[in-house]
Design a protein around this ligand. Structure first.
Ligand code: CA
Length: 238
């Protein structure tokens, strides 16, 4: 369902963090781990995980503060709070700060996996994680900032044009579908303009250059011969 979805675990209890990490890797997820709130926030902002499993009582920066900072940064990650506290107040505050789900310790790995699958399913049908127009979305190793018109990859920023972002937004909303060039022209460029199919190819080439690890061998913007293109957010193999 979500090949290579990236999950960040922010949890200071080492045995729990390691057990979760092992269980999630066994399910095929890519796992990142942080033992305190500062390190967790840093990883969230630089690595753009799809899901953050967030403990509340953390050294250096508490979970609520991490959650608020993630949302202020418009990061598209789904956040599942892991808490020893099951108080109604925490739960309400978690959702107010933008948590997607809330799991009370102790929980079973099975239950947590189901919750993760549910939040991933919720955020992948629509444009993944893009609750707001100006969100940030990770595509493979690249983190695209729709508000700033930039992409961050290998530590460097690069600009994206409005049209490139429009095309990318359309690809994100139709991930996995073979999209005909004519349809892309109609939907992204509209009828008032007169671009040619060549325009599509040029823009896809630009997106590949900016987002693909190897633009010559694309793993996100795939050519469908005789049709057009098919987009996948996570590369099939790494
Ligand atoms: Ca803790």
């Amino acid at each position: 369902m979500s090949p290579n979805a990236r999950i960040l675990i922010v949890e200071d209890e080492e045995p729990l963090r390691m057990a979760l990490g092992d269980a999630l890797r066994a399910e095929g997820f890519e796992v990142l781990e942080a033992a305190d709130g500062e390190a967790g926030l840093e990883l969230a902002l630089t690595e753009g995980p799809d899901v953050v499993l967030l403990d509340l009582m953390l050294p250096r920066r508490d979970g609520f503060s991490v959650l608020r900072a993630i949302r202020e940064d418009r990061l598209s990650a789904a956040v599942v709070i892991l808490s020893a506290r099951g108080e109604e107040w925490d739960r309400v505050q978690g959702f107010e700060y933008g948590a997607d789900d809330y799991v009370v310790k102790p929980f079973s790995t099975r239950e947590l996996l189901l919750r993760i699958q549910a939040v991933l399913a919720r955020t992948s049908g629509t444009t993944p994680g893009m609750r707001e127009e100006g969100g940030k979305v990770r595509i493979g190793e690249a983190l695209v900032d729709f508000a700033a018109y930039t992409v961050l990859r290998d530590g460097t920023h690069c600009g994206l044009s409005r049209r490139e972002l429009d095309l990318l937004r359309y690809f994100l909303a139709h991930e996995g579908e073979a999209l005909e060039r004519g349809r892309l022209l109609d939907e992204v460029w509209g009828r008032d303009e007169f671009p040619t199919v060549r325009t599509i190819d040029t823009h896809v080439l630009k997106l590949r250059k900016k987002l693909e690890p190897d633009p010559e061998r694309p793993c996100h913007f795939l050519t469908v011969h005789g049709v057009g293109y098919r987009f996948q957010r996570h590369a099939a193999e790494r």
